[in-house]
Write a protein that binds this ligand. Sequence first.
Ligand SMILES: Nc1ncnc2c1ncn2[C@@H]1O[C@H](COP(=O)(O)OP(=O)(O)OP(=O)(O)O)[C@@H](O)[C@H]1O
Length: 319
Amino acid sequence: MLEVQNITVQFGANKVLNDISMTFEQGEMIGLVAPNGTGKSTFMNVLMNYVKPTKGKVVFKDGLSYSNKSNEVKIHQFVSMMPDQSDLYNHLSGREHLKMFATMWQSDLKLIDETIEALNMGHYVNKKTGTYSLGMRQRLCFAMQIVTNTEIMMMDEVMNGLDPNNVEIISKILVKKKAEGKIIIIASHLLDNLEKYADRIFLFNKGKLVNTNQVIEGFSQAHIKTIRVKNMEDHTKQQLHELFPNLELQTLTNGMSLIHLPSSEASLLSSFTSFLVERNVVDFAFGKVTLNDLYSMYYHEDRNGDSQLKKNNHINYEE
Ligand SMILES: Nc1ncnc2c1ncn2[C@@H]1O[C@H](COP(=O)(O)OP(=O)(O)OP(=O)(O)O)[C@@H](O)[C@H]1O
């Protein structure tokens, strides 16, 4: 169990985290999603005590908190943060890094070979890390955290620089760790992947963490019907609105239009499909709102390229 109690972090006038309270349970994978510079790393740094909160505290099992150095030592025996590529020693091999981490956390040394095999690192793990590619270094950093075998694992952009096969391999390992009862907290911009594997996903909004289910009621449930149409012309949207005034239409920054179809309007489906096809709009699909859609709905870029929170971003599916 991990409980965040009223955490506020302020850097000068910048309130990055604003009175956040939440609990994470064993066997949960938590996704943190937000544009750059919104507080994901700060949040994890507070959980590690690398950043001291302006207010609030983090409570771990047995009521342990970072109230003194000796508690911090105890907590860091079961909480770890994935190392950064810049933490690697170029003159040491991958295996030496893994031995170092497994020894520091006094975990089972058998985990080293198991992890090397699971991540297909056998052909390079005995070479010095100075010779590794970006993806090889990233896999090693992930492997280093896995061999710590800690109960709580935090990862900032774990999938950075990995090809799709390695993203899947790492995801499967995370699922296994989750099944072992670990709490896994991941900050990531790989939204499809997060959506597939995370149990709960939070978006950062003005220093708060907002559950995706609060943004769209029932987001994580598959029954919501949405029609996703690519590049619909404005005049088609206008006609659509006139013919089907009860359908809610949203256009996202990525050019995708989402048409939300409440169950009460399900009978409209075939006439609506004909409407699109008659206008030569054939690039559409039925499905649910994806995390990518939700991200585009929730944040938009301002003129300086900074992501801002959108106004009126709450969709209510209540029928
Ligand atoms: N030590 C610090 N002193 C002052 N401001 C800081 C400090 N650390 C972070 N910040 C500010 O806090 C905000 C959040 O930064 P943080 O690194 O947590 O963002 P992030 O969401 O992890 O971003 P990214 O996706 O780019 O990694 C930024 O505005 C950043 O400038």
